[in-house]
Design a protein around this ligand. Structure first.
Ligand code: ATP
Ligand code: MG
Ligand code: FE
Length: 337
């Protein structure tokens, strides 16, 4: 089965082709206009998707060197995400479906972050998966492909959101995650001991307290001295913040491994590109005797390869949709048991 994947849930317009064995192409057009606003502006995002979606999809098909008759289905992100952005991808996918007379497959964006791992590897089931992205922080137990049981999630901010909001406090541009990562490498993680919330209390997360504690920490420095202080210690603060966030993430993941007894673990979503998280998770996996899978950094953040792969898993199970497919901004995973 050859699947065309289309992703437009946030500020990346992306298209990719996957044939069940190999990724044939993956094209991403990132929007940079949001930096000036310190976050994503939904209206700007939708318009930018509309501007580039045709060329992005055309490029993915061209690079895959397939003709439309070889494509069996069009997988598209149905949610969660920005409504206007999702609509652009969904309508484009439906248009292609009508033109080519092929089915569409709605893909959940968070499922897709997990299945990004399958682009280059074949994780053994059952596995536990930690999804850490800009809008989500969740732990799932996955017994069979696409059967996800929620074990824990954030009660407030997502891990990526914490990186971005705290980065803003430290004077960094949006999205701050990648720069905190870069700066942390030359900083001291023990410079300041920021709180690790809910460490031994189940598998739920909370990151808003950390954000507040960084805010209070900075407010204690007289305003006139604050800029100079930040200038001098920014890398140390980045390292200390990254250390607090990644300690919690890996601690919860380890608890989930113990509870379930799985032999493999996946970390996915934009924050899984974080090098401190990758290092700590690797050590935890070694200690716990589990195999750790993390997608290549280019498939950690939003892309369409993960949509095509997840679409392939759905197609393989006969899970096709029709033109009534609707976008959703939010999705509520229910904890079982
Ligand atoms: P969601 O998937 O929940 O809808 P999203 O699609 O916006 O949200 P992703 O694209 O998966 O999120 O990830 C983006 C997030 O990942 C941002 O918050 C960004 O700061 C963070 N991020 C990316 N790279 C790194 C890194 N190396 N270290 C820490 N955070 C990172
Ligand atoms: Mg993005
Ligand atoms: Fe995402």
């Amino acid at each position: 089965l050859v699947i065309l994947g289309i992703e437009t849930s946030c500020d990346e317009t992306a298209a990719a082709v996957y044939d069940g064995n190999r990724l044939l192409s993956s094209v991403i057009a990132s929007q940079s206009d949001h930096v000036d606003y310190g976050g994503i502006v939904p209206e700007l995002a939708s318009r930018a998707h509309e501007r580039v979606i045709h060329d992005t999809v055309a490029a993915a098909i061209r690079q895959a060197d397939v003709t439309s008759d070889r494509i069996d289905a069009i997988a598209v992100t149905e949610g969660p995400g920005l409504m206007g952005s999702l609509l652009v991808g969904l309508c484009f996918a439906k248009g292609l479906a009508i033109q080519w007379n092929k089915p569409v497959i709605g893909v959940n964006h968070i499922d897709a972050h997990i299945y990004a791992t399958f682009i280059d590897e074949e994780p053994e089931l059952p596995f536990v998966s930690l999804v850490v992205s800009g809008g989500h922080t969740q732990i799932f137990h996955v017994a069979r492909p696409l059967q996800h049981e929620l074990m824990g999630q954030t009660r407030d901010d997502a891990a990526g959101e914490a990186f971005d909001k705290i980065g803003k406090l430290l004077g960094l541009d949006y999205p701050a995650g990648p720069e905190i990562d870069r700066r942390a490498k030359s900083g001291d993680p023990a410079f300041y001991d920021f709180p690790r919330a809910m460490m031994k209390k189940g598998l739920d997360f909370s990151f808003s307290g950390l954000k507040t504690s960084v805010l209070y920490y900075l407010q204690k420095i007289p305003e006139k001295e604050r800029e100079a202080f930040l200038e001098k210690h920014r890398d140390h603060l980045c390292a200390s913040v990254a250390s607090a966030i990644t300690d919690v993430l890996v601690n919860k993941l380890q608890q989930a491994v113990r509870q379930t007894g799985v032999k493999s673990v996946i970390i996915a979503g934009g924050v899984s590109a974080n090098s401190m998280l990758r290092d700590k998770a690797r050590k935890m996996a070694e200690k716990s005797g589990v195999k750790l899978h993390i997608p290549h950094p280019r498939y950690c953040t939003d892309n369409a390869a993960m949509i095509a792969v997840t679409g392939w898993f759905k197609a393989d199970q006969g899970l096709f949709d029709d033109l009534h497919l609707k976008p959703y901004a939010r999705f509520n995973w229910k904890k079982s048991g």
